[in-house]
Structure formats: C-alpha cells, structure tokens
Design a protein around this ligand. Structure first.
Ligand code: BGC
Length: 331
C-alpha cells in the first residue's frame, strides 16, 4: 500500500509505503528511506512522526537511513588511496553521520514495492558530502516470517566508503510509552566496546566490558547502570557507544513484561547502542519523545574506522557491488 506522507516545506510530496505479513506491519517513507512504524502484534515498537513535516532535518535521525558513512569521522577527514578526503564538520571539528546534507533528509525514489517489501534508491554524485565516486545505493525493507530485514546495496565508480545504518529507535513497550523505554532489557554478546573522548571520538582502545556498566552479556534493564559514575557514561551522557560484534547476533532487546524480544543480526562489525540521551521530538499521536525514550541499535563499522586501519574497514573498490544485511526478528 502506498499513500501520501504530506509535503515538505518546499512543496515536494513524500510517500508512505506499508509492508506486512500477518503479524508484522512496517511503514517506510521516501523521506530519508526512514522506518516510520513497526507494528508487532498490533504494538508500534518504533519511534516516528505522523507526517513528513516531523522529519524535516530532524537532528535525532528518527528511523532514518544514514550514509555514506554512519557515525563520526574524527577531524572530518581521512586518507583514501593517498589522498585526503574532507567532509564537512558538523559536530565541533568532527563529522557526524556524513554531515548536514544527510541522506536521511532527502527524498529517495521507490523502485520496487510488493505486499511485504519496498526498495528505495538514491543517487549520490561524486563529491556528495565530500565522498569520492558517483554512487547508486538502494535500501530494501522486507518483512519475512517473524522479522524485518534491511538490505543495503551500493556501487560506486571510484573507491569510496559504504557504511550505512538505520537509526530507528525502539521501545518494545510501544512508542506511546516513552516512560518505559529504559525498562527494556538489553543483551549484547560483544565483550569489547569503544570508549570515546570528550568529543565522542573513539580513543582507539577496545575495552573489555567485564566489571563495567557496559557488560550486557546477560539481559539487564538499559536504565539500570546508565547513571553510574563511570567516565564513558559521563562523557557521552549515557550509553552512546560502539560494541564490537562477536557473532551474527549483535543485540537482543526484550520487554520483561510481555516477553517480546527483538533479536538483531547483522554482517556489520559493530553496533552503536544509543540510549536516546538527547532525544527531543514530538512523535506519533502527539507523544513527546524526551531524553531516553527509545534505544537505537545502529549496526555499522566502528565509529571513525576510516582513521583506524587496524579496525575492519568500510572502504569499497570502484565498480564492486557492495551489500550489507541487518535483520530484526521478533519472538
Ligand atoms: C549518535 C549520537 C547522536 C545521535 C543523533 C547517534 O548515532 O551516536 O551521539 O546524538 O546519533 O541522533
């Protein structure tokens, strides 16, 4: 099903696509290829807005696809093939989520739509956001069995970076229960995380979670230790850190009251756990999303990987088709 999602300030129309099977129903807009809603057994577990005006240049990246390079780039630049690539600085002297001309704030083109899937495409010219190469990128949302699969594909005519993520915030109590979001229980199998400096750039250390508030190897409420007197929590204002994935499952979220679980599997090397520390948006049905009213589980390369050759690298060769898949499965 397809319908209008309202008009942007400049008059352009955004579209809203519904995809479903029996138990799951998702809504996706052409604006930012953003995930607007995700209903599981009738409960909407994803934060979003009622129409496109709520999304225009939203600094929270609600449900948005972020590219070409998710998360932070220290010094807003890096070396590629011996040449300096310069990105716009939009967080102090650093780059966040590829800068102010975000893919999450553009209209994507629908190229395929069935009852249970939709594909949105974007053309990103050479030099877009500072990145080399004319790139063609698609994002496919597909509901299969008990889960939503997001497949990212891209190809560029020069060597470039592909490190896309989806910035959806989840609340398994329902998006209309913001006060319960930090009661969600989280399990992250990864044993290592990236402490950041005061500018939110990884220091380069991969720290073991043992004995720290970052130990989510068994389920615990996200809010339980978030206020602890522990430097990485103080510096970033709560959980806003990359975990090193140890296998395909990178995170499991659970509603301890209903038992609903969301298992996130990915081929990405990391997952940014962001507890919505700076959320400040009016959402669906007039619900106010304030601080920590949802959790984003952003599958991606480690932040600033482009400046850490010792870490998995998001670089892709000219002409080589690139693909990445993340799945959110519900039980
Ligand atoms: C970052 C946060 C940032 C947020 C913006 C997240 O991916 O890790 O630090 O505030 O995006 O909504």
């Amino acid at each position: 099903m397809e319908k209008t999602f309202g008009k942007l300030a400049d008059g352009r129309q955004a579209r809203l696509y519904t995809i479903e099977n029996g138990r799951l129903r998702a809504k996706v807009t052409s604006y930012g290829a953003s995930l607007v809603s995700l209903f599981v057994d009738g409960v909407d577990v994803c934060l979003g807005c009622d129409d496109v005006s709520g999304y225009e240049c939203n600094g929270s990246y609600l449900g948005a696809v972020v590219g070409r390079n998710a998360n932070r780039t220290g010094g807003a630049g890096f070396e590629l093939n011996g040449e300096r690539v310069t990105l716009p600085a939009n967080e102090g002297k650093n780059n966040l989520h590829s800068g102010p001309d975000s893919w999450g704030w553009r209209l994507w083109e629908m190229t395929a739509h069935t009852e249970n899937s939709v594909t949105l495409a974007i053309h990103s010219p050479h030099g877009d956001q500072g990145f080399p190469g004319n790139a063609d990128v698609t994002v496919t949302y597909c509901i299969e069995n008990d889960g939503l699969t997001i497949t990212y594909r891209g190809v560029s005519d020069r060597d470039t970076v592909f490190n896309l993520t989806n910035h959806a915030y989840f609340n398994l109590f329902g998006q209309d229960k913001p006060e319960r979001a930090m009661d969600q229980e989280l399990m992250v199998p990864g044993e290592l995380f990236c402490p950041d400096d005061a500018e939110n750039i990884p220091t380069g250390e991969l720290r073991h979670v043992e004995g720290t508030p970052f130990d989510f190897r068994t389920f615990k409420p996200i809010g339980r230790d978030i206020g602890m007197d522990y430097e990485p929590l103080i510096l970033q204002g709560g959980y806003d850190h990359n975990f090193v994935n140890s296998g395909k499952v990178c995170a499991v979220l659970r509603n301890p009251e209903t038992g609903l679980t969301m298992t996130v599997t990915t081929d990405c090397p990391g997952v940014q756990v962001y507890a919505g520390n700076f959320l400040d948006n009016t959402g669906k049905g007039g619900v106010y999303y304030g601080k920590r009213t949802g959790v984003a589980l952003e599958t991606q390369f480690y932040p600033n990987a482009v400046n850490h050759p010792e870490w998995p690298q998001p670089f892709v060769k000219a002409g080589e088709p690139w693909q990445s898949v993340t799945r959110y499965a519900f039980e």
